[in-house]
Design a protein around this ligand. Sequence first.
Ligand code: SF4
Ligand code: SF4
Length: 553
Amino acid sequence: MPYTIHNHCTQCGSCVPECPMGAIQVEHQHYWIDPALCDNCATVAGGPQCVIHCPIEMPPSPLKAKKGRWKENDRVATSPDLFLNGKTNTFASAIVMWEGCNLLAQRQSLPWQRDATGTFYYERQVKQGRGQLRFWLRAEAFSLMAAGTAPSPSPPTVEANSCVAKAPASIASIEKLDIRSACLHLIYAAHAVALDHPWEQTFVISDRQIEQYLGLDKRRDLNKTAKIILIRELVQQSCGLDVEVHWPQQGRIPKFSILRSPLWHLQEIQPNLQEDEAGRRHLVGMTFHIQAGQWAKYFLNQSGCKEGSAFYQYGLLPRSLLQTVMGIWQQHEGAARIMLWFLFKSKLGMEQRITVPTLMRVAYGQETLQQGYSHREDRKRLLRTFEGDLEVLNHYGLKPIFDPETYPPEIQPLWAKLADLPEDAEEALEFWMMDGGNSSRLTDAAPRGKWNRLMQARILRLEIPPDWQQRSSKRDKQRNRSRTKTANKKTVTTPRSLSGEQIVAARKQLGMSQRSLAEKTGKSQSWIRDVENGRFRIKLQDQNLLKKVLGLS
Ligand code: SF4
Ligand code: SF4
């Protein structure tokens, strides 16, 4: 149990140098003990040093968790809450944000390189190699975790931060990053988009806001102090990235370079302390002051975009994504990585063919994939994990649509094949009987050469859950308008589209199961179920086919 300082403290400061953990901090000339750092002097002979060296009658004492709610006291005003509609918020979605998110999620799995000084960096080529992004992790992002609340350097007043902070010396330190810090990075990207000049303005977020965005407010297994400590660690890690950008000329926008500077400036962390009836100081909250780095001047500049000198790139951040990542990161890290990666990928368009090796690289890294190629046992393990992660994605609404040519049912995961299992008991029985009569059964072992076939397989796209729908950009709106015009023209000659209800009614009238309709139309049973549930518009060609088989005029 950590110790806490009493309100009789005379601020003499004698205890500060004696604390072996550096846990005693000062806030507005009041001393307090950071519960994340205090270990009760468990390994120090003589016990708590702050108690031994305190000259007053009421020295620091063990902190007892206060039961019940804390009264609201004056807290620093924060920036407006995100997710006002309960579901989504705009966020900065430039490639700098994407790669920052990938770095925090994929960590040591990325191809890190070392420069001449032995410093690790991650580089991504852009625009066919005409430009580059480079990222570093500042060592202080890790030392901060140990040292408590010291903020990162103030934002530079000049364009580039010439003082180059030390980066971690080993991949082992990069491994210590917590994937959940990627969620904080996305939260900052959502706050930054609300500012006119985010590279000059600060936004303020409280632990309470972050708790709600991440769904931590519903966690009963963590007490208030544990949540605050976790949030602070994630904030510090996500603010530990430096970026350097070299961007080539793109249309009217001239080429530009941003020298190495922080992606996010963590300007200040303010603890919120309250005293209980016995005068003991408790940490009841924290407020974080953050500013976007210089990248925002080039990629999140609305007025610059109008003038043609900068980009203004944003997308829609679903709150459910943050909460899902917070829920699955431990058991299904690969699925969490794919989700975070796909948030940006989906912005590039709906038709996104993705090869299985690309997804595996995102989820587990190149090295793990390479091991799969070389070792049978690793391959089996990787396949199991991959299929499980695809199932998790499917469960959370990112339904993989397998390419029927390269990713046919015999190499698909069992859960995907069982998606065809009818809900109706009689139909389900018929399903299994028919399956039993087939030369190959759904539950058969994987065919030989499954791995090699998977390495050539593609997923046509991951369906996006309804709350992931991107807000239409100007270009999308124009595209949609022209599509609508074309569609309107077509409606003159196109017959009325077939609804899901009509299909169900016609099928049942013929006493046909979903499976037999699937066989008669040459479609999969899950396709039939999806059209019956109205999950997508049916192509004209398929409508004609269904009408023919169902005898509809
Ligand atoms: S009990 Fe030990 S570790 Fe905790 S604040 Fe006091 S001196 Fe520091
Ligand atoms: S807790 Fe005791 S030693 Fe520490 S500053 Fe207060 S009075 Fe001084």
